[in-house]
Design a protein around this ligand. Sequence first.
Ligand SMILES: Cc1cc2nc3c(=O)[nH]c(=O)nc-3n(C[C@H](O)[C@H](O)[C@H](O)COP(=O)(O)OP(=O)(O)OC[C@H]3O[C@@H](n4cnc5c(N)ncnc54)[C@H](O)[C@@H]3O)c2cc1C
Length: 425
Amino acid sequence: MITKGRLGARAFIVGAGVGGLAAAASLAPFFETVEVLDKDELPDRARPRKGVSQDLQVHILLKGGELALERLLPGTRAALLAAGATDVRQTGDVSLWERDAWHPARDLGHSQLMMSRPAFERVLRRQVLQLGNVVIRDRSPVDALPSDADLTVIATGRGDRLLVDVEVPATMLGIEVNYSSVRFAKPERFRGEGRFIGCIPQPPDDRYGLVCPVENDEWLITLCSRFGNRVPGDIDGFRAYAAALPVPDIAQRLCEAVPLTPVRTYRVAEARWRHFERASGLPSCVLPIGDCISSFNPTFGQGMSVAAGHAIALRDVLTDWSGPLEGVASAYLPRAAEISRQAWSLAAMVDLEYPRTEGERPANFDKFVLGSEAMRRAAMLYPEVQLLRFEIGNLVKPDSAARSGPAARLVAREMARAGGRSRER
Ligand SMILES: Cc1cc2nc3c(=O)[nH]c(=O)nc-3n(C[C@H](O)[C@H](O)[C@H](O)COP(=O)(O)OP(=O)(O)OC[C@H]3O[C@@H](n4cnc5c(N)ncnc54)[C@H](O)[C@@H]3O)c2cc1C
């Protein structure tokens, strides 16, 4: 049963990024007031801010994240569209070159919303404030855990300092990914085009590029690299880097586009998953969420959706909760870990295909790579596999969905065929 205040008078959230806002939505039905504190100034405008310096880079909201946010904050999809998000039909509005081929254009019955991260966050802040019992206090840095809250959620992101003293086992990958992004005005002939373009060559080629149609009919174009390979920091060099990708589509968009910003770069040295469910010494009634638990290679667009998934897990635990709040952590953390696990395994297995990625390769790694390559090839051939691959990659379905059913059998057939081909060679 949901009754405001049923579980306590005051919940406290540190961090008003996507994780903190999603957490506010999950706590609001159970506490009289929910206070969200952030160190940044948060004006009612969509503008980049220091506390999330990654917000100048492309931020894709996976379908699973959109569905989770809609459950937490009904009306979010409509609010995002009203604020100018582009509705990108899958895959009719997508040109995605992956490894050695374009994805076929088919109607998968899904669409994805695209907009800039600051615009996206502004919509979420408004949605959360409409709940009525949530207060967001900006310019409020928190340097110690509060003592006067019934429950505290730590949503301070990948640079978290509040839980550094807790002993937490962690899995790490040295990924050394470099992002460079520029916002562009579209040339006349591309106005109104809501097309997402991606070019992700075959490892070990570590260059890739994304064209994201965002609000105001503009493009946010991100070019990426791994390890020492760097995208040049000037617009001419940025264009030249795109022109060297295996397909010309991104370079074609770039040659006439008018830059609205300089090239902005962001380096992600490592992916990190902190196993709080196995930690000792997590303070009582304190829960981590979002990037504070797991921060991935951003290429797979998972972070915001995983944060929303953690918030759903928290809400589900609280809905049935009747005991003391001290016990919530041991119910919530394993569920949150399972959400991180799925995203981590999808991203990490691709990361580990790059020989320079530092991290432990599992014993069955080669078999996993063959399986995922068979799935990619089968997705080119069969619409049902393309849909399944989209839904797993977008965190709509668990990865276990790939193990049974008609689409899984088509993947197994493709894997057997690939095995036959390699034996013939
Ligand atoms: C280059 C890059 C590209 C990315 N692209 C995508 C993408 O395409 N799709 C996607 O879903 N995700 C993407 N992500 C990940 C995404 O940014 C995060 O996963 C997402 O923002 C959720 O994070 P969070 O809310 O946990 O933390 P953050 O968004 O980092 O928010 C943390 C908040 O805490 C505040 N804060 C920190 N310390 C304190 C303190 N002591 N006191 C008060 N406030 C504090 C900060 O100001 C900030 O507002 C990308 C990340 C990077 C680095």
